[in-house]
Design a protein around this ligand. Structure first.
Ligand SMILES: NC(=O)c1ccc[n+]([C@@H]2O[C@H](COP(=O)([O-])OP(=O)(O)OC[C@H]3O[C@@H](n4cnc5c(N)ncnc54)[C@H](O)[C@@H]3O)[C@@H](O)[C@H]2O)c1
Length: 306
């Protein structure tokens, strides 16, 4: 065991190493192990009340993280960011192929990433994700990034079918609720956690269409503020990240005129990159931000400022 580390089961620490031979050894273990157990720095448990995420800033070694909608777009950048900081990350997506692709690609970069399938709108599927995570790693989840979100139809409210309305709300808002419900007990167990919800400027400012999406994302912002107060004494910090227009596969499916109009309203004059959202998430997941909870964090090139 390394000095200063608590060993929780099998020694399994090579992944964070920059030495190629260590990473190679990790790769073998990774392929063969049924259940992975990592060394957790003792410092991770030093501060009671849960505001410590470890001694070194942005060092997420030993943390288990779950990121939803990780089969593409912003989610992949978030997974890469957290895993690069040493976290063991479950990249979950409704599209299992997409999440496995993400995992395979990032494993080749030497990062500790698992693909997992989940439909965040389905309680049974979320429970299965919890079981899968717990069967693969021994320590509890410390970081949950609720990134799954669908945009839904760009229709006026009075033209929207109730089923379409519900389907957006069930992924964008129910999904956040269900994943929090599923992984908060892990965080309470260790008095340590970060819940990072991805909302949208549409949820802050409203937008003519898509109105169900704007309503759901406003709900995500309110849920974060409310939850932060409930869990503050349990060592869990809750953050809401509020992206403006970000380059992702989604923006390729939006009417180009709407995209241009959205970009014209951005003071920095361009869409954001997924890595710019991921950089903020990485910071919030780490040990430097310890006296903020319930806050919203804009990443919109100046579009949203309050
Ligand atoms: N891209 C942007 O401009 C932008 C702007 C503001 C906010 N956001 C938010 O950022 C997050 C990521 O956005 P993106 O553009 O990378 O994603 P995206 O639009 O590419 O994500 C859609 C994907 O989410 C996954 N998904 C859909 N339903 C799911 C479910 N029930 N369970 C699990 N996964 C499901 C699917 O794989 C789908 O392809 C979303 O919450 C989105 O609302 C994005």
């Amino acid at each position: 065991m390394l000095p200063g580390f608590l060993q929780l089961g099998v020694h399994y620490n090579a992944m964070g190493s920059t030495r190629p031979e260590a990473r190679e050894a990790f790769g073998e273990l990774y392929q063969s192990a049924d259940r992975l157990v990592v060394d957790v720095p003792e410092s991770a448990f030093e501060t009671k009340g849960g505001t410590s995420m470890g001694a070194a800033a942005q060092d997420l070694s030993g943390r288990v993280a779950v990121v939803t909608r990780a089969g593409g777009g912003i989610g992949v950048a978030i997974v890469r960011r957290l895993a690069s900081a040493g976290a063991m990350v479950f990249a979950a997506d409704r599209n299992a192929e997409g999440s496995n692709e993400t995992a395979t690609k990032l494993q080749k970069e030497g990062l500790m990433v698992f693909g997992a399938a989940v439909d965040v709108s389905d309680p049974k599927s979320v429970t299965m994700l919890v079981d899968e995570v717990h069967s693969k790693v021994s320590q509890p989840v410390a970081i949950l990034v609720n990134n799954a979100g669908v945009r839904g139809p760009s229709k006026e409210l009075w033209r929207m079918e109730f089923e379409k309305w519900r389907s957006v709300l069930s992924v964008d808002l129910d999904g956040v609720f269900l994943c929090c419900l599923a992984f908060l007990p892990d965080m309470f167990k260790q008095s340590l956690g970060r819940v990072i919800n991805i909302a949208s400027v549409y949820g802050k400012e409203g937008f003519p269409t898509p109105s169900a999406y704007a309503a759901a994302k406003a709900g995500v912002i309110a849920l974060g503020r409310s939850l932060s107060r409930q869990v503050a004494q349990k060592g869990v910090l809750v953050h809401t990240v509020v992206p403006g227009i970000i380059r992702s596969p989604r923006s390729e499916n939006i009417d180009p005129q709407e995209v241009q109009r959205a970009i014209s309203l951005v003071p920095l004059g361009r869409p954001g990159e997924p890595e710019e959202v991921a950089a903020l998430v990485g910071l919030l997941a780490g040990s430097e931000i310890t006296f903020n909870t319930g806050s919203t964090w804009d990443v919109s090139g100046g579009k949203a400022t309050s």
